[in-house]
Design a protein around this ligand. Structure first.
Ligand SMILES: *Cc1c(COP(=O)(O)O)cnc(C)c1O
Length: 383
């Protein structure tokens, strides 16, 4: 089986070299635009590409306002800060995620509560979230959601669209209005993924995208905060650019801000990448379809997009029948030069988050031991 997989992946990519999990592809105007920033000297905080990249993301996602940042982690930090999540608050999120989601909470002095993921999306489960809230939370006289046993304020739900598969967002919108919570989407992995026809990251009060080198498109390093109104967009821009009040020469900063602005040279790369996103997503779907028919004939289950959503199939994922077969698959494919990776270790097992509250995490634990990511990038040969 594992040798057949190696052979199959090599056929997809027509390559005998090492096959990475997800390498970036530069098949369009990348060199041209980046060179333009160098020739003009505008590689840093001033230049036309940042505005252009932001407005292209607005067009593509149909969000009201997009604000570019240096990476996805800073975009997520900004999204939580703008949602008025405060030191000492609790935020409900998933244990099955990339560590960036929780690092941001940690550094804000916010306590994550880990709720299980759904087997439909591998992202936070609205049913289990509702159950946790029913058993552990109450609404106080001021209308705020609080934890029954510590009286701490619970301020937000932070789902992550795992490998690009959208969580069931309607469920979270309902919970947020019932419990007076804010919805913030970690949409770092889901550029090009749609929930009932609407782009992920446009449901939350604020959301974050990432353009790291392994994501669907890349700016080298970069991120984007998606905002729901022009006003919130303007304030997000303000606080990510040192909160400097516009003036021809004077330096006045009207609040403590961040220096999270995306440099023009990175935005240039992003503009070129975004020109090809349609083709890129089509090719990624083709690869996913190939894997689907390959695994159909086995007891390995290829993870398909939820029926309510269109996924970008950022990282393809297969669920192995046993932990033993998972370990064996990892060993044999990597040894043969086909990169595969286990899913992340649960956040609830990391030293920084061991003490945090959680539910039974049964699906998360199952996926932790059975899920494997397989090569998912688009190579030059495939374009
Ligand atoms: C990639 C990613 C981020 C942000 O990553 P950066 O490297 O900071 O751009 C955040 N959350 C998740 C789930 C991610 O996969």
């Amino acid at each position: 089986m594992h040798q057949e997989l190696v052979k199959f992946v090599r056929e997809i990519y027509s390559s005998n070299e090492v096959i990475p999990l997800h390498a970036p592809i530069f098949a369009g105007n990348e060199s041209k635009y980046v060179t333009e920033t160098i020739d003009s000297t505008f590689v840093s905080s001033v230049g036309k590409f940042v505005d252009e990249f932001e407005s292209q993301i607005e067009n593509y996602t149909k969000c009201k306002k997009a604000v570019a940042t240096v990476n996805g982690t800073s975009a997520l930090h900004t999204a939580l800060y703008m949602s008025d999540v405060q030191r000492g608050d609790m935020v409900i999120t998933q244990a099955l995620t990339f560590v960036a989601t929780c690092n941001v909470l940690y550094h804000m002095g916010v306590e994550p509560v880990f709720v299980d993921v759904s087997m439909e999306s591998m992202g936070l489960c609205p049913m289990k979230t509702g159950k946790w809230l029913d058993e552990n939370a109450f609404i106080d006289s001021a209308g705020e959601c609080r934890h029954k046993f510590t009286n701490r304020k619970i301020s937000a739900i932070l789902p992550m669209h795992t490998f690009g598969h959208p969580v069931q967002l309607d469920g979270f919108l309902d919970l947020c209005s019932e419990w007076n919570l804010k919805l913030i989407e970690d949409a770092a992995e889901s550029l090009g993924s749609f929930y009932r026809g609407q782009h992920t990251g446009t449901f939350g009060k604020f959301s974050a995208l990432s353009f790291n080198g392994n994501k669907v498109i890349t700016t080298g390093g970069g991120g984007m905060v998606l905002c729901q109104s022009d006003l919130e967009g303007a304030r997000t821009k303000h606080i990510t650019t040192t909160a400097k009040v516009s003036h021809p020469f004077e330096f006045f900063h009207d609040e403590p801000g961040f220096n999270y602005r995306l440099p023009n040279i990175n935005a240039a790369l992003g503009c070129a990448q975004l020109e090809n996103i349609g083709t890129l997503l089509d090719k990624k779907r083709q690869i996913a379809n190939n894997y689907m028919s390959f695994f159909n004939r086995s007891d390995y289950v290829f993870f398909k997009e939820p029926e309510y959503a269109k996924s970008n199939y950022w990282l393809n994922c297969v669920i192995c029948p046993t932990k033993k077969s998972r370990d064996q698959l990892l060993l044999e494919t990597n040894r043969a030069g086909v990169m595969t990776r286990p899913i992340w270790k649960l956040m609830s097992n990391l030293p920084a988050f061991k003490h945090c509250l959680s539910d039974d995490l049964s699906n998360s634990k199952y996926l932790e031991e059975h899920a494997v990511n397989i090569p998912s990038g688009i190579s030059k040969e495939l374009m």
